[in-house]
Design a protein around this ligand. Structure first.
Ligand SMILES: *Cc1c(COP(=O)(O)O)cnc(C)c1O
Length: 421
């Protein structure tokens, strides 16, 4: 089969092909890094101009109460954007709030989970569980965010290998904290099975959905998850440094005590009283004044992903991963795949191990194919189905073949490490 022609055929038959024009994509670039920084929706430019010149410039302070569609005001943005993210991750609208960074939301929820375990143990006169169990090689910030609580004597970090997680769920584990789709390999955990196993062992569960949200279907409530966080600037296309989100199952809201007790999480922020009292629902996850510009841009990205539909995105993503591997095979390019070969077991990326992965990623960028590199030897190619075509994938595979077979990467300029890889 001629895969170049097959790509054309598939693009013609692709029901999502029409969404490509809803994004700004630079000419001559094949963008395989939407899992790191999503592309810019065209509607974001219009919306940002409106928010900056209209809501800020003209509305000034009044916009806190009356800006935006329906005149709900900036004050409701965190809730509104959270409510729009909720159906993408199988949560109820009152269970998700858009705020802060993924790192900060991790800290708040880890601390809240430890507090919950401590109070439960206190009631039973027992020593509180303090162990946070996670995967060795999890995303750095997830592991680092435990350190601050560890230093205060509140937490104890324990790491296990991927296939040893279930066995490591001993009776002292307070919280199992895992990244649903691994950032480096794209390997996806069985959320349902691990949530059940952790809860059977008396632990709470916190899922990091950074590489899942907007790419793979997630059903938090159906899996009986306790907590989750996720990222706004990856598959949700919220823009660089976009606000993240936090989820807490409704059954925990009354007992949820997070340590960043700022005025926006207060039950009456504008009562200006001296004593803190948490807001009744998920709003207690808030700390300070929300970033209105960032939330406004994120809202556009979330609306667009919701319009396309997670099931549709996943269906195309699975086809794209398989097609790319088929292209490499037909081009006789043997690369060591570190992602699961079975599409059902991975997110929307393919990662390959190569001693010269960094130089290869740089040589690819020089040829207009933007993927990325993850230390020490991983070439990571992300497939954002909202704006990529099968033609892009064929061409990217062909350029990768040329870069490797002609040793185009073998130049000093491609070995110089930039600050951000
Ligand atoms: C991208 C990513 C983050 C990002 O955290 P920030 O606070 O936005 O820097 C966190 N966790 C995982 C697993 C990620 O992939």
């Amino acid at each position: 089969m001629n895969l170049r022609k097959e790509a054309v055929r598939r693009d013609k038959a692709d029901p999502l092909a029409r969404y490509r024009e809803r994004f700004h994509l630079p000419d001559g670039i094949i963008y395989l890094d939407g899992n790191s920084l999503g592309a810019l929706p065209k509607a974001t430019c219009e919306r940002m101009a409106q928010v900056v010149t209209g809501e800020w410039g003209q509305g000034l302070i009044r916009s806190w109460n009356d800006a935006g569609s329906g005149g709900a005001g900036w004050i409701s943005l965190s809730r509104r954007v959270g409510a729009k993210i909720a159906p993408l991750i199988g949560a109820d609208t009152e269970e998700v709030i858009a705020c802060d960074s993924t790192s900060v939301n991790l800290f708040k929820l880890i601390a809240a989970a430890l507090d919950m375990q401590a109070r439960q143990a206190g009631g039973a006169g027992l020593n509180a569980r303090k162990v946070i169990l996670s995967e060795a090689g999890n995303f750095p910030t997830d592991l680092y965010m435990i350190a601050g609580l560890e230093r205060q004597g509140l937490a104890e970090r324990r790491l296990a290998e991927r296939d040893g997680i279930a066995a490591a769920l001993s009776g002292d584990v307070a919280l199992l904290m895992l990244t649903h789709v691994h950032y480096k390999t794209g390997a996806m955990y069985d959320m349902r099975a691990l949530t059940a196993a952790a809860q059977d062992a008396g632990a709470l569960v916190l899922w990091d959905l950074s590489h899942s949200t907007g790419a793979v279907p997630v059903v938090l409530n159906d899996c009986n998850a306790d907590f989750a966080v996720g990222c706004g600037y990856k598959y949700l296309n919220g823009g660089p440094g976009a606000p993240a989100f936090a989820y807490a199952a409704r059954r925990h809201h009354d007992r949820l005590a997070q340590p960043l007790t700022g005025w926006f999480g207060h039950e009456r922020p504008f009562a200006f009283v001296d004593d803190y009292a948490p807001a009744p629902g998920i709003e207690r996850m808030l700390a300070g004044t929300p970033p209105v510009l960032g939330l406004s841009a994120l809202e556009v990205g979330v609306d667009l992903i919701a319009e396309i539909g997670i099931a549709n995105l996943r269906e195309k993503s699975l086809k794209m991963g398989a097609f790319f591997l088929e292209c490499l095979e037909q081009m006789n390019l043997t690369l060591e795949l570190v992602s699961p070969a079975n599409g059902a077991e991975r997110g929307s990326q393919l990662s390959f191990r190569h001693d010269e992965a960094y130089a290869i990623s740089q040589a690819l960028i020089a040829r207009g194919v933007i993927g990325d590199f993850r230390d020490p030897d991983i070439l990571r190619l992300g497939f954002a189905p909202a704006y990529l075509s099968f033609g892009d994938l064929w061409q990217a595979a062909d350029i990768l073949r040329q870069v490797i077979t002609n040793r185009e990467w073998d130049r000093d300029q491609f070995r110089r490490r930039a600050a951000v890889t």
